[in-house]
Design a protein around this ligand. Structure first.
Ligand code: DC
Length: 221
């Protein structure tokens, strides 16, 4: 049987950083489900579809060919066979992904792909509904969070390090708005699974968080 580790939590909690390090340490495959919603969002943007055009979103998502490949140990998201990793990390795509990920057809399509990836491999999968919907029988479930102020500061530092302009209070307001949207949507809202372990990373180092999760994995093995 393959080992499945589910990591859910709000934007900016450090899920992907932590999940990648755990995957490396344990020799598992890292699956970034947010990247799939982002690739789908890019597809809508390219096709001139607005987030509020829900009927078009419902229909057009069926034509999007999204798949995952692994190159040099990195997850690559393919949209119609094009590697879109370099195009999906913008605010525009993130906001579109947040809006369109509320759509039932979009979720059904991507959840099916995610389940397939986890069926035959040891994976660390991160997202919003992994422990609740995608992998309800995951061996280890983590709900990773941090205060909105800490998450905003991390994002701010990232942008400043890249030489980009940033405003801390705008970033925090954005984070709070996105949390609200992700937590209150009708289908698969972000919430802690009953059997998930809550990890608040606000005052923890990356190493401490990784070690906490690795210890939990070792317990079940
Ligand atoms: O984790 P991220 O910022 O790359 O995710 C982008 C958007 O996709 C986010 O607003 C919520 C959505 N998402 C989701 O609804 N379910 C997932 N499993 C992963 C992401």
């Amino acid at each position: 049987m393959s080992i499945n580790v589910a990591i859910d939590g709000p934007a900016g909690a450090g899920k992907s950083t932590i999940a990648k390090l755990i995957a490396k340490k344990m020799g598992y495959i890292y699956v970034d489900t947010g990247a799939m919603y982002r690739a789908m969002a890019l597809y809508f943007i390219r096709n001139g579809i607005k987030p509020e055009e829900t009927q078009k979103v419902s229909e057009k998502c069926k034509d999007a060919d999204i798949s995952i490949a692994y190159r040099d140990g990195e997850q690559v998201v393919l949209l119609d066979d094009e590697n879109v990793n370099g195009l999906i990390r913008t605010e525009e795509v993130g906001n579109m992904a947040s809006a369109t990920s509320a759509n039932k057809n979009v979720r059904e399509k991507l959840v099916e792909l995610q389940k397939k990836l986890a069926a035959n491999a040891d994976v660390v999968m991160d997202g919003r509904d992994i422990g609740t919907v995608v992998l309800p029988n995951a061996d280890v479930k983590i709900y990773l969070t941090a205060s909105s102020a800490v998450r905003a500061k991390r994002r701010y530092d990232e942008l400043v390090a890249k030489g980009e302009k940033a405003d801390l209070s705008t970033i925090e307001a954005d984070i709070i708005e996105r949390d609200h949207r992700d937590m209150t949507r009708e289908i698969s809202p972000l919430k802690q699974a009953d059997d998930a372990v809550l990890v608040d990373s606000s005052y923890m180092t990356i190493d401490e968080v990784v070690q906490t999760v690795v210890d939990l994995i070792k317990k079940i093995k």
